[in-house]
Design a protein around this ligand. Structure first.
Ligand code: ADP
Length: 190
């Protein structure tokens, strides 16, 4: 069982890299952002509850997010491992993930971060917003708010996972294949 947390600011390329890594390492990819968007689109109760926060560029409350993540994990009992993308995003979520995986005899194997400069990423998100249809990528104020949320609530996880000796980082700028290669060098050694 290999469980990898793919970490990085909004727009760092987590989703793009996850598509390659899940194939290469035969992992079950769980993107909390994708699950929320799926629920929004289908008008589920979870989608309705999450929408209020996503529309403001805020994080969805921990209780809701943790429950959703656990449900996604439970759907894949026979997997060889998970690739968590966009989760955890708060220390409370990281604690909940550790506890939850422990009940199954599993743990987070490593957290791998994609590093990039804020200004490059804001431009990337605005570009993505032109074609993705994601409302949260079309409004610079919302994007800036997501960075504020990241700095306040998510950045502390770097120290959290460093404290566990599980934090690795690569340069997220470059060709997509180059970045995949950098991530693979780390994952191959786990
Ligand atoms: N782990 C999480 N905790 C709280 N909210 C989340 C989480 N994952 C996703 N969300 C919500 O869904 C939105 C979109 O997620 P995602 O596609 O991962 O965003 P981004 O492109 O900003 O990294 C976030 O801005 C947030 O409101």
């Amino acid at each position: 069982m290999v469980n990898i947390v793919l970490f990085g600011k909004p727009g760092a390329g987590k989703g793009t890299q996850a598509e390659f890594l899940k194939e290469k390492y035969n992992l079950t990819h769980i993107s909390t952002g994708d699950v929320f968007r799926y629920n929004l689109k289908n008008g589920t109760e979870l989608g309705k509850q999450a929408q209020v926060f996503i529309d403001k560029g805020e994080l969805v409350p921990d209780a809701l997010t943790i429950k959703m993540l656990q449900d996604e994990v439970e759907k894949n009992p026979d997997t060889k491992g998970f690739l968590f993308d966009g989760f955890p995003r708060t220390v409370a979520q990281a604690d909940a993930l550790d506890e939850f995986l422990k009940t199954k005899g599993w743990e987070v194997t490593a957290t791998v971060a994609l590093e990039a400069d804020d200004e490059i990423l804001v431009q990337r998100l605005l570009e993505r917003g032109k074609t993705s249809g994601r409302a949260d990528d079309q409004d610079e104020n919302l994007i800036r708010n997501r960075y504020q949320e990241y700095n306040e609530k998510t950045a502390p996880l770097i120290e959290y996972y460093k404290g566990q000796g599980k934090f690795f980082a690569v340069n997220g700028i470059g060709e997509i294949s180059e970045v995949t290669q950098r991530l693979s060098l780390i994952i191959d050694k786990l």
